[in-house]
Design a protein around this ligand. Structure first.
Ligand code: GDP
Ligand code: MG
Length: 313
């Protein structure tokens, strides 16, 4: 197989997975548009009102929907947008623009390892995301080390250990109940000593109280910085997309305490609320780094705004 053929196949595989993963969101969000916007007929006010409703039902959120509608109305008033088809094309452009606004290239450290702190509430998909990323990067030839920083439950350490065994990467762990900062400290040190490219730090998502959790995460972050002053190079917040608008307030809480660098939106495959990505990027002004569209390793994709919007329709 030639190289171009291979690239085409991989990218079309990527896209068909994305389409499949987003099918529920497509049904709720874009399914609404099908009845509203089709073809060459002149656009009417009623079309825009129905569109607004479809966006709200698709969990795009009130503020963000208003911004989109304002732009479309202006286009119609200026007579730049005459047909329903033109409105639809413009809608896609607006969505891509919104999603691209805060995207940026991830930070590269001056010297390895790159330390990535992964945070988020219980069940959001932190450990699974770390497992998937470690597999992907190991296959790319990178040396990855895992830190079992969710010491709150023994099962959490075991779950990360299983990924480490499966992928064949080194894991730093202690027994449950131990100080997660100490685990993170050891892992970053091990990363330096062993010449690792990446250290992925798992964390707990639930403690006795939210305050305890935030304080613990802040401490982990500070302690990592003692081994490598510029680390963690990336703090990623993992959010379960199926909780829709609730993820916005959750993200704000974490961001205030820990200043997040990027988002991972998981479980987009099981939900109709994928429109929340538009809202959360506008509200948080943060890039989406990865999206999870299924259980398998290849179901974690780097976020691509154009492909995402294309797959929605
Ligand atoms: N369908 C689907 N399930 C996911 C995805 N990401 C994670 N999960 C599942 O969500 C559950 C919780 O994940 P886990 O990584 O343990 O969450 P954690 O508590 O944040 O570490 C597990 O059953 C995962 O298999 C995803 O993108 N799609
Ligand atoms: Mg976990």
């Amino acid at each position: 197989m030639s190289e171009t053929q291979e690239t085409e196949e991989t990218s079309s595989g990527f896209f068909s997975k994305l389409k499949k993963g987003l099918s529920k969101t497509r049904q709720s969000l874009a399914g609404g548009f099908d009845n509203i916007i089709h073809g060459k007929a002149k656009v009417e006010t009623r079309n825009l009102e129905d569109l607004e409703e479809a966006l709200l039902i698709g969990d795009v959120g009130f503020e963000t929907t208003s911004i989109i509608l304002e732009k479309l109305k202006k286009g119609v008033a200026d007579e730049r947008l005459r047909t329903q088809e033109e409105v639809f094309e413009q809608l896609k452009n607006i969505m891509v623009d919104m999603l691209e606004t805060y995207q940026k290239a991830p930070v590269q450290p001056d010297s390895p390892p790159k330390v990535i702190l992964v945070i988020g509430v219980n069940g959001s998909g932190k450990t699974t995301t770390i497992g998937k990323l470690s597999q992907k990067w190991t296959e790319e030839g990178k040396k990855v080390i895992l830190a079992a920083g969710d010491t709150f439950r023994a099962a959490a350490i075991e779950q990360l250990q299983q990924w480490a065994d499966r992928v064949g990467v080194f894991i730093v762990k202690q027994k449950s109940g131990s100080d997660p900062s100490a685990v993170a400290f050891d892992a970053v040190q091990a990363g330096k000593a062993r010449g690792a490219d990446i250290v992925l730090v798992d964390t707990a998502g639930r403690l006795q109280t939210n305050q305890n959790l935030m304080a613990e995460l802040v401490k982990i972050k500070r302690v990592i910085g003692k081994v490598m002053p510029e680390a963690p190079h990336e703090t990623l917040l993992v959010l379960d997309a199926s909780i829709g608008q609730n993820s916005v307030s959750q993200a704000k809480l974490f961001n205030e305490a820990l200043s997040i660098d990027g988002l991972v939106m998981t479980k987009l495959d099981g939900t109709s609320k994928g429109g929340v990505l538009l809202n959360i990027t506008q509200e948080l002004k943060l890039p989406v780094r990865y999206i999870g569209i299924g259980e398998k390793t290849e179901d974690l994709q780097e976020f691509d705004p154009k492909a995402f919007v294309e797959a929605l329709f």
